[in-house]
Design a protein around this ligand. Structure first.
Ligand code: PHE
Length: 522
């Protein structure tokens, strides 16, 4: 306000050191005052109310010793003041003087006082030589303190610098002129243009805050991978280094046909009931599955075939066509296997010598090329189950799944394979327990010894896919497929020491925890 009022009166402020700040009696010559003024100038300049130019100066400030002299007087003056006048009382001995004014002042002050002829010797003692003195050093200190310089000029300043009573300091002062939006009152500038301002036309008269293109802005947080993604990446790397290819698994919505029927899961199986599976209401039914294959699948369910008696229960098209959220990624594996078998069904199979040479060993020596090529496939993606949620169960989670198709694979291949796979995950102690899956025979549950819990925990489920599943797809009889599935959440929780799945997934997840969670190495 002082700057604006002065500009209003004078038109220009040539030297801001002439301003008298509110609450002060002297002009604002000091360094500190100019700093305060600079703050005001910047704020007014950003509103374009003023413009200013900066002038550099060299000024002087007091050292701690200089400040002491400004307050208490110079050493020589203090020595003079402590001494008696000539003939008044007994002269002071140097020792007595030291006791009065301190040894430093006594030492430095005596020399100068003698030089100034302020004091004289009398016998062994010291007395005043003049009735009054003028303490120039103190006056100079006071002048430098308030003006930053001395009227007497550079020679005197140099002398004080040598005595280490003052030091030079770079200073600034400013010349100020009116800016384009000059006014004597500071209106709060607008920071945004609003619809209201456009409608009323007030935008024309408003003042605006200038953009500060130099501002650094708020620091932004980088993205962070969720622990599940980190573990997924590690498991994916294990699959890739073992020569597996990743299956496309973007279809969360599948039909009953691919999720269950193709896998030889009976249509009356409890897993297919609404208590276990989420069904879609809109759309509720899928497009028709591939006709020929559908025909073979429904036949093996209802009447058997391929050496099987089937389930001998009535087949329902409606059950097969129901749309649902896939309950396992084996739905994707089934459709990938069906595609893999296309070559064996004679659909677009390249049985040339070149094609065989690209997959050495895929056709037994001396045998006719039936189009089959071995495959190792994996997926890591989301599945959905109508579960009651608790500390270890969610209605959606992730499955890690591997499928290997080759001629004459055995259960020993599956077990051997899993030992290698789990070893790469850091799990060496495995046990296998006979289990049941509608689509595998034999089936094995995989248990690992948990070193912290000191007990065997189930880590996965596996098996050899049934002929009732593989043969309707068109695979030759000697092609065997084994597969296994594990959850992604369980190894993640073990790795990160998480007990409650709800701190891993959902609204209770701590973002800070996600940001700070370290990378996993198996
Ligand atoms: N689909 C099985 C599950 O959800 C896992 C599995 C995959 C089992 C492949 C055997 C073969 O638990």
């Amino acid at each position: 306000q002082l700057v604006l009022d002065t500009l209003d009166k004078l038109g220009t402020i040539h030297d801001t050191r002439t301003l008298v700040l509110p609450g002060h009696s002297d002009p604002a010559a000091s360094h500190d005052s100019q700093i305060i003024i600079l703050g005001a100038l910047n704020s007014l300049a950003s509103r374009e109310m003023i413009t200013y130019t900066t002038q550099e100066t060299i000024s002087h400030v007091l050292t701690p010793e200089g400040a002491h002299i400004a307050l208490q007087g110079s050493h020589e003056a203090r020595v003079w003041a402590a001494l008696p006048a000539k003939g008044e009382t007994k002269p002071l001995t140097p020792k007595q003087l030291e006791e009065r004014v301190g040894s430093e002042t006594a030492k430095i002050g005596q020399g100068r006082a003698f030089k100034n002829k302020w004091i004289a010797k009398e016998g062994d003692g010291l007395v005043k030589a003049v009735p009054s003195i003028q303490d120039t050093t103190q006056l100079e200190m006071r002048e430098v303190d308030s003006t930053g310089t001395l009227k007497t000029g550079e020679k005197a300043l140099a002398e004080l610098r040598k005595r280490k009573l003052i030091v030079q300091r770079k200073g600034q002062w400013f010349t100020v002129k009116k800016g384009p939006t000059f006014s004597t009152s500071i209106a709060k500038p607008e920071t945004d243009l609003t619809i209201d301002m456009l409608a009323t036309g007030s935008w024309k008269t408003s003042t605006y805050k200038k953009y500060n293109f130099e501002a650094e802005g708020l620091p932004t947080n980088g993205g962070a991978f969720h622990p599940l993604l980190k573990v997924r990446e590690e498991i994916r790397n294990i699959f890739l280094e073992m020569g597996f290819a990743e299956m496309p698994t973007s279809a969360y919505v599948e039909s009953g046909f691919w999720c269950f029927d193709a896998l030889f899961v009976p249509q009356q199986h409890p897993a297919r009931e609404v208590q276990d599976t989420f069904y879609l209401s809109d759309p509720a039914t899928s497009l028709p599955p591939p006709a020929e294959y559908y025909e073979r699948v429904s036949r093996v369910h209802e009447h058997g075939g391929y050496g099987s008696t089937g389930y001998r229960a009535p087949w329902s098209d409606a059950e097969s066509r129901k749309l649902l959220l896939r309950t396992h990624t084996t739905a994707s594996s089934a459709s990938m296997l069906w595609k893999l078998a296309a070559r064996c069904r004679g659909e677009g199979a390249d049985t040339s010598a070149d094609a065989r040479a690209a997959h050495p060993g895929s056709v037994p020596d001396g045998a006719q090329d039936d189009g089959f090529r071995p495959a190792k496939l994996f997926s890591i993606d989301r599945v959905f189950r109508n579960e009651t949620m608790d500390a270890t169960h969610l209605a959606e989670f992730h499955q890690v799944e591997g499928v290997v198709a080759d001629r004459n694979l055995t259960l020993a291949d599956l077990i051997g394979f899993m030992r290698v796979f789990f070893k790469k995950m850091g799990i060496e102690n495995l046990r296998f327990k006979p289990a049941y899956n509608p689509y595998t025979e034999p089936s094995l549950e995989i248990f690992a010894f948990h070193p912290q819990l000191r007990k065997w925990v189930e880590v996965g489920n596996s098996g050899m896919f049934r002929p009732e599943m593989l043969e309707p797809m068109g695979f030759p009889k000697d092609v065997h497929v084994h597969g296994w599935g594990i959850s992604l959440e369980r190894p993640t929780m073990i790795r990160y020491g998480i007990n409650n799945i709800r701190t891993l997934v959902g609204h209770k997840v701590s973002l800070e925890g996600v940001e700070k969670s370290p990378a996993v190495r198996f």
